[in-house]
Design a binder for this molecule. Structure first.
Ligand code: 5GP
Length: 111
């Protein structure tokens, strides 16, 4: 079981910003920007490359949630979404999550 499953199950605490029947949004414990949220599905999908055709709507839901939460906290004009897929790409928790970062300038291309 991953750390994020424990957050979903409320076994370990997190600063939850939003939740619905499909997803959960909470603050990252080690923020890389003034706003750093993690958007996760309740379904324990390991990584993007494991997403099934039947999960397409769920993954779209996560993107909708990102925009909705960004509007609610007033960062809708400037934020970045990041998904790391696989350890070599920086993934450290193996439950799919979208990082929502905002509140500072961002470089392009990303590091
Ligand atoms: P990844 O490296 O897999 O893309 O992102 C995992 C993120 O989870 C990291 O940004 C890390 O700071 C965050 N994280 C790790 N452990 C915890 C925790 O216990 N609580 C919260 N809220 N975030 C965590």
């Amino acid at each position: 079981m991953t750390l994020f499953q424990k957050i979903i199950d409320k076994e370990i605490p997190a600063k939850i910003i939003y939740e619905d029947d499909l997803s959960l949004v909470f603050e990252d414990i080690n923020p890389q920007a003034p706003t750093h949220l993690l958007i996760i599905p309740r379904k324990p999908i390991v990584k993007i490359s494991d997403v099934l055709e039947e999960d397409k709507e769920l993954m779209g839901h996560l993107i909708w949630v990102a925009g909705e939460v960004a509007r609610k906290i007033g960062v809708e004009d400037a934020f970045r979404l990041v998904v790391n897929n696989g350890a070599k790409a920086g993934q450290s928790v193996f439950h799919v999550h979208v990082h929502l970062l905002s509140g500072r300038p961002f470089l392009w291309p990303p590091g």
